[in-house]
Design a protein around this ligand. Structure first.
Ligand SMILES: NC(=O)c1ccc[n+]([C@@H]2O[C@H](COP(=O)([O-])OP(=O)(O)OC[C@H]3O[C@@H](n4cnc5c(N)ncnc54)[C@H](O)[C@@H]3O)[C@@H](O)[C@H]2O)c1
Length: 252
């Protein structure tokens, strides 16, 4: 049984995870942390320093502002962390990497197996097409999402960049650029509206042919399943950085 702390317990994802965990016998939500004070059927704290329960792992879907308190607690109590929050600054990512020298940290801007497979397929397409195909990423999310572009769109762009040799430049906004596209660009466009859970299209546009690799998240539950599986995978692991590619490796 893996006991976990839910950081961001009152949020949309926190609630989905609490429900998903209650249906499983291999994980147990021991307490939550959230600045909101909703009614929960587990102990809820407003900050990590007040926690009294023992846990094997923390699952975090909250806000970048929660990171300092979370890492301080995790380092003091040597608790591995599954960090799913997006929108961290470069300094915060550096702090996460430093913490990973002492504890196991699993971080992914998208906990779905499908998206992580899409990234691997996009890397393969980039290797095959090289500079002959222009790459554009289009992401769509609900109207409550704060950050743009999505952490997932950046993960896809970073994956493609990692296999290209032409030092790709990310272009987020073309309206002020009055020149034609260059071959080393990766265009990233964001659409916000309604209740869209998350959609990502990676478009490879060549001469007379277009390949589009698409993923649609149809429910937040898929991120919850991914995060809980990551928590079960991470508990007891040695210090280091982990991500969804470590879970994918177990399957192929
Ligand atoms: N990695 C993934 O697969 C994935 C999937 C969905 C969402 N996300 C990310 O997870 C985060 C949360 O998403 P959500 O849709 O549940 O958002 P949400 O706004 O519904 O929930 C966030 C919760 O965090 C709490 N919170 C805010 N600041 C806090 C702080 N300083 N300390 C403790 N709690 C704090 C809020 O009160 C809220 O209850 C976002 O960054 C989102 O982009 C990641």
């Amino acid at each position: 049984m893996v006991n976990f702390i839910m950081s961001g317990a009152c949020g949309r994802m926190g609630k989905v995870i609490a429900e998903a965990a209650s249906q499983r016998s291999d994980v147990n939500l021991v307490c939550g942390v959230d600045v909101a004070n909703d009614k929960t059927d587990f102990p809820l704290y407003s900050d990590f320093s007040s926690i009294t329960e023992k846990a094997d792992v923390i699952i975090d879907f909250s806000n970048p502002a929660a990171l300092d308190g979370l890492l301080a607690y995790a380092l003091e109590h040597e608790v591995p962390c599954v960090l799913c929050t997006t929108g961290y600054s470069e300094d915060q990512i550096a702090a996460v990497d430093k913490a990973a020298e002492k504890i196991a940290i699993f971080r992914s801007g998208n906990m779905s197996l499908g998206i992580n497979l899409l990234i691997e397929l996009s890397k393969m397409a980039s290797k095959v097409f090289g500079q002959d195909f222009d790459v554009e990423i289009v992401e769509k999310h609900h109207n409550k999402k704060i950050d743009a572009p999505s952490g997932t769109a950046l993960m896809i762009a970073d994956g493609i960049s990692s296999v290209r040799t032409d030092d790709p430049e990310y272009i987020y906004d073309r309206h002020s650029i009055r020149k034609k596209r260059s071959t080393n660009e990766i265009g990233i466009s964001s659409i916000r509206g309604g209740t869209i859970v998350g959609e990502h299209d990676v478009i490879f546009a060549g001469d007379n042919e277009v390949l589009t690799i698409s993923h649609q998240a149809q429910s937040r539950n898929l991120f919850a399943v991914g995060a809980i599986n990551a928590a079960a995978f991470l508990a007891g692991k040695p210090a280091g950085n982990y991500d969804m590619s470590d879970l994918l490796k177990e399957r192929y």
